[in-house]
Design a protein around this ligand. Structure first.
Ligand code: HEM
Ligand code: HEM
Length: 229
């Protein structure tokens, strides 16, 4: 068996600092939004030794939700900007399928990673196209959460930003419907996160080229005979 030192590995700088910062700000704010959002939808009676008027825990839950909502929104806007100025792996064209190879790569990844009907596929340096497609889908769910979230918030705020989205409430049939859909969309993030973290570990272990450390430090390790640009 060949040892690592004899293989022609090389380092490729894949995820630039802005992409990595976006990733972790996004991941942390979504976890906060999902946990606080879940509590808003299913409020609990806790700290019962205090009178209700002496408690503010639910106020904090809502405050964290709204503050994380703003951070999540501006972080997302920044990533859209970076998809026009960032490197080839971060560009919009890597996410929006418009070439035949992208569809073929997505199909092959599905067979290798999920259906397990093929043992090995081509290795992509950036995202594989199946992953890229899920990020694109998630992007639309994020937009939906921003529009419905700020739409709901407009009713409790005088700030101009939420009011940009106030039109969604009458369009969707009132606050109750908007909250219902906003709640349902939360589950898309929960399902995505479970599969995403599993597949990140899977690729890291099976391919041994630093998938997870790349989203921390930026670098991946590639063998010239293995990767597909
Ligand atoms: C990943 C993104 C988000 C997730 C997972 C999420 C999740 C949730 C959930 C589950 C609820 C409770 C709905 C219910 O059952 O009644 C909720 C409520 C709410 N969310 Fe979000 N949310 C997100 C983003 C946002 C954003 C960007 C804003 C904008 C400020 C926002 C503002 C609100 C508001 C105003 C409520 C209603 C709070 C209340 O009536 O007390 N959310 N969210
Ligand atoms: C322990 C937690 C996590 C780990 C280890 C992790 C790991 C990774 C890795 C390795 C990539 C690059 C993968 C690739 O090449 O396709 C990535 C990208 C991505 N992850 Fe995560 N992730 C985590 C949590 C999350 C969470 C909670 C979310 C949101 C719900 C998320 C959303 C994304 C998105 C949107 C991208 C694409 C980023 C971009 O292209 O700008 N991740 N993640």
């Amino acid at each position: 068996m060949a040892t690592a030192t004899t293989l022609p590995y090389r380092r490729v700088y894949v995820w630039e600092l802005p992409v990595r910062v976006f990733h972790w700000v996004n991941a942390i704010s979504i976890v906060l939004l999902a946990v606080t959002g879940f509590l808003i939808g299913w409020p609990q009676t806790i700290w019962m030794s205090d009178e209700p008027y002496q408690q503010y825990w639910f106020g904090w839950v809502r405050f964290i939700h709204f503050a994380a909502g703003y951070i999540f929104f501006f972080n997302l806007l920044f990533r859209v900007y970076w998809s026009f100025v960032g490197n080839e792996y971060a560009r919009w064209s890597s996410y929006i399928p418009h070439r035949k190879e992208q569809f073929l790569n997505a199909w092959e990844t599905l067979k290798v990673d999920i259906l397990q009907t093929k043992e090995k596929g081509k290795i992509s340096v950036g995202h594989n196209y199946l992953a890229a497609l899920t990020y694109l889908g998630l992007f639309f769910v994020m937009l939906f959460q921003v529009v419905t979230g700020f739409g709901l918030y407009a009713g409790m705020s005088d700030a101009w930003l939420p009011w940009l989205f106030a039109w969604i409430v009458p369009l969707m049939g009132g606050d109750a419907w908007v909250r219902q859909w906003h709640h349902i969309a939360m589950w898309a993030f929960v399902v995505f996160t479970v599969i995403h973290v599993y597949l990140s570990f899977y690729h890291d272990v099976v391919e041994g080229r630093g998938t997870i450390s790349a989203i921390v430090g930026g670098w991946k390790f590639e063998r010239d005979d293995e990767f597909d640009k």
